[in-house]
Each structure stands twice: as structure tokens, then as C-alpha cells.
Design a binder for this molecule. Structure first.
Ligand code: NAD
Length: 363
């Protein structure tokens, strides 16, 4: 078939508007976000990277590791050239790599601040693992660095993108539980000796920083309020050499402005499958497991006697895919992430307050 130049122009115009009307992705939406993974440990290699491998919006484009052999192996698996492997000294050279849009910081907690700040200076967006940092000052500096560079900073609170958690939040906001009286939450595991998590310099604290943060963050998004008052206690029971720098178990209670009371416990001395329970004047919800990578289960009874049972069919690493792609959307659409640096900072401020209260309650 022969078409005239005029017909051709009309078809091009039609195609463009049809694309617009039908929501077919435009070039910008078609673009994928390239992640540079900083730290090749358990969370990055076993969860984040396999998730991104399945993504249509995100891809792994560079690696930062102190172990060249491991990095070469992962680079081969992800089809990356050797020039896209950096170490902690050459990290800043990612500035010159146009395939890197964002970095995923998956290092021990106290290193998050430095590698976020250096990424921002290199002109890259940051998705940083929780806890955001090991001090409030570091968290503020990270926000400042990303703001100055006009780059996004998202904290990897994967539960805030997970459907069962989102449904629980929605039910509470719709008033299906009535007034929220109490929240209980716990998370813990018996830690092996010689983990960096037991080294205060690297971890910033004990189970509160690592697993208690899930209970804290959940209490805040479930109550949809910020706690007004809090009191905490910590203890070390097993004198076996693991807990010379950080607490073994920590419990705290928070009172929210409308009166909701939250009781949370975290531990490195006991296996505590992560859960939360919300009790309202007209109903209650229980999510258990709540913080695992998959097989989550939300159950409850709502106002009027309605029962709910929700078990999303989302095998691991789906939560990480949601998180990576959400960040990619924020970058592509120039939106502020829901779990921004400010959200991470709020948890850092509260964890500092919890530790201060534990110190006061040592007597
Ligand atoms: P990991 O020990 O498995 O990995 C840490 C990585 O950092 C390793 O590659 C290690 O080589 C590297 N590293 C660089 N300098 C180091 C040093 N001085 N000491 C120790 N390691 C060093 O740890 P992980 O479990 O992958 O945790 C990494 C981060 O991810 C932590 O901040 C943790 O809180 C967070 N995390 C998040 C989740 C989640 O579900 N979002 C789950 C687990 C861990």
C-alpha cells in the first residue's frame, strides 16, 4: 500500500493521540530505572536483586562490593560489564555512569549515611535500607544531602507497599474497628554470635534498630498518629558474650494523642514471629506473620460482625519488587516517596527517645 506524505503525517498524529488516550506508555514511562546495589549481602543478593531481575521498570546496572570475586559472579549473573563493578573507594565514580539512576544501600546500618550522602553528591537517587541511620544527626544529614542535590531519598519500608498492610490501614481509616484502643506488636529472633548486628558501632543499637523498627513503624501507620509519650525498658538476660554492646530484649509503650496505647517488644534472645494486633471499640485485626517476606496473614472481625481473612499470594521477593518499582515510579514521575527520608527520620527520633527512656529506667 502506498501512502502520501499528508496521510503519513495524519497517521503519526493519530498514533500519538491514541497512545495518549489509551494510556500506552510514553517514552518516559517506558524508561527503566537503573539501580547500583551497594553491599552484596543477604538482603541485596537474596531478595532485592532477584526481585529487580523480574521487573519491567527497574534493572540492576552496577554493583559496589569489597569482594571482587563475589561482585564478578553477581555481575555475570546480571549481565553487567566489569566496568560497572565498583568498590568502596571507587564508589564515587558512579557519577560518570549514565546507566545508574539510583543506588540501593544495603550495608550495615552505620554506613547508610555515608553511602547515601556520596550517592547524592554523585547525582544519584537513593533507596536506603532500614534503619535509615544510627543517629538522628546522620538521618538529618542524609535528607539535607539529597535535598541539596535535588535527588529522591526513599527508606526501604517494604511493609508500607504490601497489600495486606495497606488493607489493614484502609480498614482502620474507614472506621471498621471503631476507635483504636490498643496496638500490640513484637518481632525477634535468637541472634548468632559475631554478627555485625551485635556491634554497636555498626548497628547503632540492638533489636530495636533491626526488628523493633517494624513494630514502631507499624504502630505509627496503623494508628495514623505520631506518639506523644513513650516509656521503654531493656534487658540482657543471657550473659553468654553476645550482648556486651547492645540490648537483648526491649519493650516499650507509646501513648498516641487520641489515647491509643501501643505495646511493642523486640528481641535477639527469643524467636518472636513478627505480628501486630489492633483492638478497636467495634472490631479487631491480627496480622501474623506480619513482617516476613511472604505468607502474610491478616484476620479480624469488623464492626457489624463481618469477618475478614486475607493472605496475599505474593511469594518472596514480591515485596522487594513493589518497593523497587515504587521508587522507579517516583523518579520517573518526579514524586516524593511515601516512605521518604522524613519518615525514616521520625523513626530515628523515636528510637533515640526509646533508648533514652531505657537508660532512665535502668536503676
Ligand atoms: P549482611 O551482613 O548480609 O550484608 C551486609 C553487606 O555489607 C555485606 O555484603 C558486607 O560485605 C558489607 N559490608 C561492608 N562493610 C562491612 C562491615 N564493616 N561489616 C560488615 N559488613 C560489611 O546484612 P543484611 O542482612 O543484608 O543487612 C543489610 C542492611 O539491610 C541492614 O541495614 C539491615 O537492617 C537491612 N535489612 C533489611 C531487611 C528488610 O526486610 N528490609 C531485611 C534484612 C536486612
Amino acid at each position: 500500500m502506498k501512502i502520501t506524505r499528508r496521510e503519513f503525517s495524519r497517521l503519526v498524529a493519530l498514533g500519538a493521540s491514541a497512545q495518549f488516550l489509551c494510556g500506552i506508555p510514553t517514552l518516559a514511562e517506558d524508561r527503566t530505572i537503573g539501580y547500583c546495589v551497594v553491599g552484596l549481602g543477604r538482603i541485596s543478593m537474596q531478595h532485592f536483586m532477584p526481585a529487580v531481575k523480574t521487573s519491567k521498570k527497574s534493572r540492576i546496572t552496577a554493583l559496589v562490593s569489597g569482594h571482587r570475586e563475589k561482585a564478578e559472579r553477581m555481575a555475570a549473573e546480571y549481565g553487567l560489564p566489569s566496568r560497572s563493578i565498583y568498590n568502596y573507594q571507587t564508589y564515587d565514580e558512579i557519577a560518570k555512569n549514565p546507566d545508574v539512576d539510583a543506588v540501593y544501600v544495603a550495608l550495615p546500618n552505620s554506613m547508610h549515611a555515608e553511602y547515601t550522602t556520596r550517592a547524592a553528591r554523585a547525582g544519584k537517587h537513593v533507596l536506603c535500607e532500614k534503619p535509615m541511620a544510627t543517629s538522628v544527626e546522620d538521618a538529618r544529614a542524609m535528607i539535607q544531602a539529597c535535598e541539596s542535590a535535588n535527588k529522591k531519598l526513599m527508606i526501604a519500608y517494604r511493609c508500607q507497599y504490601e497489600p495486606a498492610h495497606l488493607r489493614a490501614i484502609e480498614l482502620i481509616r474507614e472506621g471498621k474497628l471503631g476507635s483504636i484502643q490498643s496496638i500490640e506488636s513484637a518481632f525477634g529472633f535468637p541472634i548468632a554470635p559475631n554478627e555485625w548486628r551485635l556491634d554497636k558501632k555498626l548497628a547503632g543499637g540492638g533489636p530495636l534498630m533491626d526488628v523493633g523498627i517494624y513494630c514502631l513503624n507499624a504502630s505509627r501507620y496503623l494508628s495514623v498518629e505520631e506518639p506523644g509519650e513513650l516509656v521503654g525498658f531493656s534487658s540482657v538476660i543471657d550473659q553468654d558474650g553476645r550482648f556486651t554492646q547492645v540490648e537483648e530484649t526491649l519493650s516499650w509503650t507509646m501513648k498516641f494523642p487520641k489515647g491509643t496505647l501501643a505495646n511493642c517488644t523486640c528481641s535477639y534472645g527469643s524467636s518472636m514471629p513478627g505480628y501486630f494486633r489492633v483492638r478497636g471499640s467495634k472490631g479487631a485485626l491480627l496480622m501474623e506473620p506480619a513482617f516476613n517476606y511472604d505468607n502474610l496473614h491478616l484476620s479480624g472481625q469488623l464492626a457489624g460482625g463481618e469477618k475478614i481473612e486475607i493472605s496475599p499470594d505474593e511469594p518472596d521477593p514480591m515485596q522487594f519488587l513493589r518497593e523497587a518499582d515504587y521508587m522507579a515510579d517516583c523518579i520517573l514521575q518526579n514524586r516524593e516517596p511515601k516512605t521518604s527520608g522524613q519518615e525514616g527520620l521520625r523513626d530515628m527520633e523515636l528510637m533515640s527517645e526509646i533508648y533514652r527512656s531505657c537508660q532512665k529506667n535502668i536503676a
